[in-house]
Design a protein around this ligand. Structure first.
Ligand code: GLA
Length: 725
């Protein structure tokens, strides 16, 4: 619910978990008074007095030096140059070259529902009753910039979104130098900041640090949200933890360069901004033109990090992921990559499909290597026609044999790339991302295709459309295997050159939009060398993302725990591979916490392994709803415990529980291991399927199950399924 208290000039934005207060102060400054647990008041009283100790206090001359200084005030959308010296969310250079920017309240509108943010991806309302929106209209009288600060509350979900629209209302051109999606101000700094760092095959490793005075943050300037930092930041109040205390999350719905910066000032207040990375960014606005920032999804709860995660999970399952597979069961797939790499032909792929069929799987995915003359990663990206040497007669004979077995068929693409050794490059050497006069850097022997250009997008769309529309293809894995250097487009004029990175991502979104509309029955799985673009922007177009090229189940645990802090299991691509660090039990148990599938040559499995795979396929079906739509509890997080970890899924009605524990490293001197479950109904009786024993919810949560002597090796896993009587 959103209300405006006109007497106190305060907006109150409520969700079931939080209240957010925005006030209009003297001289129409827009201030951010509160973000925290629900409160009834709109009268903010003493909350305004945050700024007793200014440093060389600079005052607005109309207000006078009465204590209000922009530098200490909780500015709702901090701007550059007008006596707020902290990191700014907005900076505009006007036609004179001035960059001082100062926005003030002009009006507002409160309405039901949530408008589209297209062409950007966004969290949507399924109907107008799910969401309420507030647009605050602000203006900078000198630059002529008008800013709409847009807030949507999803009251029942416990989440909010924020974005900003900047319009050039002057009669001269201007340039946006910085336009963040959000700015929040907390009146204290006793928080830990949680971020996720990584690299290829080690994505989203949790990192937690106490805030310190000055700047701290993460960013990407790789042309992708990236493996290295995820566009997600959480703040955990000191003393808070997984299941208790104040937690706040901020997730940018964007797949390109981003920046997230917290600044703790001399008053020990915290400002946090998140949005498009201002480095190598600028946006030119002619008179009358507008620019829309991506949106940021905000969650506050006083029930700990675990509840914050569950709120994101529910929201993303209900209000971000779209299309047929939002609700429909996804096919259980086997992927050819780790099974064959580039070395396959029709018969080999059909042999995978035959074994997959015997095990009860649903789909064969032919990964990289089916097009152009691609027998290694050195060529053919951009030439999206079938390699008939590998697949004689093209795709039809293969697909019909796979379909005849009763399996669906999927295919791999890397649409935003071009190999220098390709027909496409030979015909259009200026279609790669490059800077005039510089030899572009090469990565995996490929260049990036300039999808900021419409003609380039049309070419790729038409090539792919030709294949996808003429064959029975049920799934597309959309890959992106390098980052962007030498960021430039042959057709952008000088005053728009720094728009390239954002235009590139808009181009990607446009392509994805066209494909998802043209092929609503295809299941799209996003990928970027594993999870290099695991972000909500991509989830808007593809309901699942290959989480990592790391398929060792023990290494995967930290990746999956990290990913789960924001993203639901239904989105997390996870497969069983042939890696021999653990047995197939553990590989299956870890992959079950995700979309589940296989990434191996099934002809090489022993009879025992084949029997186990059949069991795992049954488990996938049995636990599908529980894992995809249940509540996740991180029981023991490998961030804190390097020996053991455990997690569970609880059905929304609390009648079903699946708990899994893994011994990452066994040590004979390990202490007693009691696994205490969470999120159950304390009064219900639960039967353990594995042992037949009956426990109360209270027992399982408080006394727990004793696993002390149940695990005796590195890499062993154990799982229990409980059902309420
Ligand atoms: C990336 C993906 C892999 C596979 C290869 C193919 O690394 O993450 O799963 O598709 O590309 O080249």
């Amino acid at each position: 619910m959103i209300i405006f208290d006109s007497e106190n000039k305060v907006f109150k934005l409520d969700t079931c978990e939080s209240t957010y207060l925005i006030g209009i102060y003297e001289e129409n400054y827009i201030l951010n008074y509160y973000y925290g647990a629900p409160i009834p008041e709109t009268c903010v009283g003493d909350l305004i007095d945050r700024n007793a100790n200014a440093s060389f206090s600079l005052a607005n001359p109309v207000i006078g030096e009465n204590g209000f200084t922009p530098d200490c005030a909780p500015m709702e959308y901090g701007t550059n140059g007008a006596a707020d010296f902290r990191v700014s969310a907005l900076s505009i250079r006007n036609a004179n070259g001035d960059t001082t920017t100062d926005i003030r309240y002009k009006g507002h509108k409160i309405y039901k529902g949530k408008p589209s943010l297209s062409p950007l991806p966004y969290v949507y309302a399924n109907n107008d009753d799910e969401a309420d929106t507030l647009d605050i209209y602000a203006e900078d009288k000198v630059t002529g910039a008008e800013v709409t600060l847009r807030y949507t509350v999803f009251e029942k979900m416990g989440a909010m979104t924020r974005s900003a629209i900047i319009t050039n209302a002057s009669d001269k051109a201007m340039d946006i130098k910085r336009a963040f999606s959000l700015c929040v101000n907390m009146p204290e700094m006793d928080y830990d900041m949680i971020t996720f760092y990584g690299r290829h095959a080690k994505e989203r490793s949790r990192e937690q640090r106490a805030l310190a005075h000055g700047l701290q943050g993460i960013h990407s300037k790789r042309g992708a949200s990236s493996h290295c930092h995820n566009p997600f930041v959480a703040f955990l109040k000191h003393g808070a933890g997984e299941e208790q205390g104040e937690a706040m999350g901020f997730n940018l719905v964007y797949s390109g360069n981003f920046s997230a910066v917290a600044e703790c000032d001399f008053n020990s207040n915290t400002r946090f901004i998140m949005g498009i990375n201002p480095e190598d960014f600028s946006w030119h606005l002619e008179a009358g033109e507008s620019f829309t920032t991506p949106e940021c999804v905000m969650v506050y709860t006083d029930k700990g990090l675990g509840e914050m995660s569950r709120i994101y999970h529910r929201l993303y399952n209900n209000n971000l992921v779209r299309g047929k597979y939002k609700h429909e069961k996804r096919p259980l797939l086997i992927n050819s990559w780790e099974a064959a790499y580039f070395d396959f032909d029709t018969d080999k792929l059909v042999s995978f499909a035959e074994r997959a069929k015997e095990a009860g799987m649903d789909m064969l995915v032919m990964d990289d290597g089916w097009f152009g003359v691609r027998n290694a990663d050195n060529c053919s990206l951009g030439d999206w026609f079938v390699n008939e040497e590998k697949l004689p007669g093209g795709l039809d004979p293969l697909i019909s044999r796979v379909n005849a077995l009763g399996l669906k068929f999927g295919i791999w693409y890397e649409p935003e790339m071009i190999s220098p050794d390709s027909d496409l490059y030979r015909a259009h050497p200026d279609w790669c991302v490059h800077v005039e006069g510089r030899e572009p850097m090469i990565g995996r022997r490929q260049l990036v295709l300039d999808v900021s250009r419409e003609d380039v997008r049309d070419n790729i769309f038409n090539q792919m459309y030709e294949v996808l529309s003429k064959h029975k293809i049920d799934y597309v894995k959309w890959d992106f295997n390098r980052n962007i250097s030498d960021a430039g487009s042959a057709i952008l004029p000088a005053d728009k050159k720094q728009e390239f990175f954002h235009r590139f991502i808009l181009g990607t979104y446009d392509l994805m939009d066209r494909f998802t509309k043209a092929f609503p029955d295809i299941l799209f799985e996003n990928c970027s060398g594993g999870g290099g673009r695991f972000d909500p922007g991509m989830l808007y177009y593809s309901p699942q993302i290959w989480a990592s090229d790391q398929t060792d189940p023990i290494e995967r645990l930290t990746i999956q725990f990290g990913t789960s802090i924001c993203y639901p299991a239904s989105t997390m691509g996870a497969h069983v591979s042939a890696c021999d660090r653990t047995g197939y039990e553990t590989k299956g148990d870890v992959a079950l916490w995700g979309t589940f599938g296989y990434e191996l040559d099934p002809n090489k499995l022993t009879d025992d392994e084949k029997a186990l795979v059949k069991e795992q396929v049954k488990e996938y079906h049995k636990y599908y709803d529980l894992i995809h739509y249940g509540d996740l509890y991180r029981l023991i997080d490998p961030y804190f415990n390097h020996f053991r970890c455990a997690w569970s899924f609880v059905s929304p009605d609390k009648t079903e529980v699946l708990a899994t524990a893994v011994t990452m490293r066994y040590d004979r001197d390990m202490p007693t291991f009691i696994l205490k479950l969470r999120g159950l109904d304390k009064d219900k009786k639960y039967v353990c399927e594995e042992t037949g024993k009956v426990y109360s919810g209270a027992f399982l949560m408080n006394a727990g199950i004793n696993l002390t002597n149940k695990q005796s090796r590195d890499g062993e896993s154990i799982k229990f399924y409980f059902k309420a009587q």
